[in-house]
Design a protein around this ligand. Sequence first.
Ligand SMILES: O=C(O)CCC(=O)C(=O)O
Ligand SMILES: [Fe+2]
Length: 361
Amino acid sequence: MATVTMTEIDTSSKFFPEPFPEGLPVIDLARISLAKLLDGDDKESSTLFEVCKDKGFCYLDLRTHEKGVRLTKQAEQMHQAAKKFFGAPIEEKRKFNTRPPETGLLDRGYRETGCDAEGNPNKMEMVNIAQSDFFSGEEPDYQLPPFLAPYEDLFKSIMRDANEIHNVILTILEKQLQIQPGTFTSIHKLTQNSGDFVRVLNYPAPKDGIPLKDPPTPPHRDAVSVALLFTWQGGLQITNAPNEYKRLDTELDPEESWFYVPPIPGHVIMNLGDAMHIMTNGLLNSGKHRVVTPPGPQGRYQRLSVLLVARPWADAKLRTVDSPLVRPGQYLDQDLTAREWGREKVLRIIGLADKAKSGKN
Ligand SMILES: O=C(O)CCC(=O)C(=O)O
Ligand SMILES: [Fe+2]
């Protein structure tokens, strides 16, 4: 295995404009080595399992394996690309439509969550590139809109490489849970229609320099199996408030229960999502998180992040796995496929559920 040095990871101000300020509440998350996981290191694998049962969040150290460094370099390229493509005129960005939640689960299209008086996004905007547009064979003629088309090869290669790492994690979770090999990996293939995506998020720096009162990404849990998050600015927070999944995601946790997860160069932030929580009947944790304006001087700069997620194949039933460590019983009241469950969750998140019920959708 080639030894990789830190010099290959760009720690310059191009990516990290200001250091993370001292003295803020920071969570001490485990740092797990991708190289060791790929080497089959038992201790590292069981630490990963512990983390997944506890906070559902950790750092994955990508520096010492070529697959990790390659993913980091691609994330850096995405960051640079994002600086350009978010600069496209708002009308052009808005033409990149999201899919109806029945099919898309926020895996494709542009969304913004707030604009200033001139109509420019001032809270958060995101671009979602759907994996199924390129790998599932379902939409062979699909074309990205002009402001994104130049980056198609990058989108495809980062999704391909991320899927490999998602499956490294899923394979370890299968072993740790003592379940049939393939239980998870057979429903997380690159070529399956699953709603996987790469999401690029842009949080413009507040013009008046004052941090936003409401978190630009409100508290939520991800409707995914595994998420990998690259970010170069602080702002992501997780809560240590009781993390009982069946409470509404949006239920308010006290301010003092939120802790920053600062970016660490050469590391990606890994978290599990709801699908893993459901399939293990609550054993694995889907960590609740939110994003606030980057703290201190970091808040003067636009914050970008690159999120790479794996979701179960849309037709897979979200049933409890047959593990000696998992209590029997079904988590969901109904026997839902990943598509049906995801649709319900997305409708709830974007607040359309009531409108849909009254026929106004
Ligand atoms: O922007 C970030 O750092 C996190 C975004 C996030 O949590 C999400 O899109 O689910
Ligand atoms: Fe999230």
